[in-house]
Structure formats: C-alpha cells, structure tokens
Design a protein around this ligand. Sequence first.
Ligand code: SUD
Ligand code: ADP
Length: 289
Amino acid sequence: MRILEKAPAKINLVLDTLYKRSDGFHEVEMIMTTVDLADRIEISPLKSDEIRIVSENRFVPNDHRNLAYQAARLIKNTYHIREGVEIYIEKQIPVAAGLAGGSSDAAAVLRGLNKLWDLELSLEELAVIGAEIGSDVSFCVYGGTALATGRGEKIKELPAPPSCWVILAKPTIGVSTQTVYQNLNLDKVEHPDVQRMIQALHDESYEGMCEEMGNVLEPITIQLHSEVEQIKSHMKDFGADAVLMSGSGPTVFGLTQQETRAQRIYNGLRGFCDEVYIVRMLGTRSLLD
Ligand SMILES: C[C@@](CO)(OP(=O)(O)O)[C@H](O)COP(=O)(O)OP(=O)(O)OC[C@H]1O[C@@H](n2ccc(N)nc2=O)[C@H](O)[C@@H]1O
Ligand SMILES: Nc1ncnc2c1ncn2[C@@H]1O[C@H](COP(=O)(O)OP(=O)(O)O)[C@@H](O)[C@H]1O
C-alpha cells in the first residue's frame, strides 16, 4: 500500500510573544492558517527496516535532520514498529521561508504512518507526538485555522478567514528561526491584538482581518534582511490590502479579494523576487485531504 498526503504551508496572521520561558522557548500567541501551496508526501513500505528520505530538492536533508525522518522515527519507536518506509517529498514550499514546510512534511508523515500501520491514533494524539519534533508540527497535524499558544503546540480551532487571494513572495535568503528569536528584545515589542483578530474571524470581516494582522518578529528579520521591507513596500504599492511577514520570515504575504489585483501584485513582484506564488487560503481542516 502506498499513502499520499498533502502537506500545506501555513501563514501567521498574528504572531505575538509574551515572555521568554525557563526552557529557552518563547510563550506565544499565534493565529495560523493553511494556504494552498503544498508539498506532496508519498509513503511506501520497504522490505528492510529503515527510514529512507527521497527528494529532488537540494535544500532538503535526506537523513535524521529531516523533520519527516524524525516524525517517522518517533512514531516507529513509540509503537515498536519493525517495518521500514520510503518517504518521497515532492517539495513545493520554499525551504527556511517561515511557511513551516518541514513541520508540515513531518505532520503529513504522522498522519500517513497512522494510516499505513493502522495505529488508529486521533489527530489530538498525533499533535502531541508532533510537539516533540517542533513547535509548529502540532498545528500542521490539523491544518485549517487556529490559535496556537504555549510554544505553539496548544491548538484551538478558529473559523476560516474570509475568502481572499494570498500572494507569497520569498527573497532568496533563508532565515533561521532560532536567530530571529535570539534577536528579539521583549521590552521593545509592539503587541498585536490577538483577541480583536479572533473577533474579526468570527465576524467574517475581511477588513477586520486586514486591520489586525501583526507579527512581532517582523522588525527583527527586517533588521537582518532589508529585502523583506522592500518586498512589503512593493506589495503595498501594487495594491495589496494588507501585507505581513510570515513567521520568522523571510516570506512576505499580501491579501486581496480581487483576482485582477492579485494578478497585478503577482506580476509586479516577479520583477523583484524569484519565488512568488498566488494561492488561496485553505481555511478549514477538512480541506487537507
Ligand atoms: C516562528 C514560527 C511561527 O509559526 O514559525 P517559522 O518561522 O519557523 O515557520 C514558529 O514559532 C517556529 O516553529 P518551529 O520552526 O517549529 O520552531 P522550533 O524548531 O520548535 O524552534 C526553533 C527555535 O526557535 C526558537 N523558538 C521557537 C518557538 C518558540 N515558541 N520560541 C522560541 O524561542 C527556539 O530558539 C528554538 O530553538
Ligand atoms: N522536510 C523538510 N523540508 C524542508 N526543510 C527541512 C525539512 N526537514 C528539515 N528541514 C530543515 O529545516 C530548516 C527549516 O526549514 P522549513 O521548515 O522549510 O522552514 P521554516 O521553519 O522557516 O518554516 C531548513 O534549514 C531545513 O534544512
């Protein structure tokens, strides 16, 4: 049996940090939503008891550093599985982009191996396992739209954002999440209003959602990479209603409800950036399949 799983990227509509914890992680409040830019994961059983990672993308590690490998190893060890798997990753999500590509691959492997090995684990149980791999993996197990708290692993489902186009633009640089968090000065943070964003989603208010978008990591990454600011400013000039960096960056996303304007922003950005995508929000969990 061969299992296919879709591993969509996420964007952070809001990212706030509350304080630094004794374990070195930051306590966060994030609102995340999945978008229709996805890796494709193909899991096939192997005769030998090993985990083999295959990908044509040269930025994707093919050993224990791969989060998909870590997911398979964890579930295999936890449930004492003595079978091997090959995990093929068809990469569409740019790497080290703030779009949780690696975390989503890991989450897809957890969902896929749950099916392949008939483990009958709930999404909640998979999300708990996922948290051991990385802070974003639990959210990626569910997909859809959610408030993520703790270090990112506590997930509460939220209504899907109002329908709109999302233009993603990634400068050629990659960003290390750890470096960005290390440079964050909590005394200087301008906190976004997470509760007002939640209200905007409940009210199905596109304007409200645009108004409340905010990410405390954005000024840090901009300090390190001024390209992010330039892309933001181009997106605004081309007519996006709201523009924000996703996660620790460097990908910037812009929103619009008009298809012609989305196309204009996309075309305009392609002059400045190699990696530009025009996608829809997936919004709800059921759209993961
Ligand atoms: C910033 C965010 C926002 O969604 O995403 P990305 O930009 O990576 O996509 C996440 O919080 C990233 O999640 P993830 O990429 O899984 O991070 P992890 O592997 O758990 O942590 C990487 C490093 O980031 C820092 N870190 C991460 C999460 C957190 N709540 N506080 C932290 O301080 C820690 O230094 C940690 O060693
Ligand atoms: N399956 C994977 N896909 C992409 N990158 C991965 C994967 N597994 C591990 N990595 C490593 O994780 C780092 C972060 O990549 P990624 O998850 O794409 O970005 P981000 O954390 O910014 O959302 C990269 O430097 C890459 O080497």
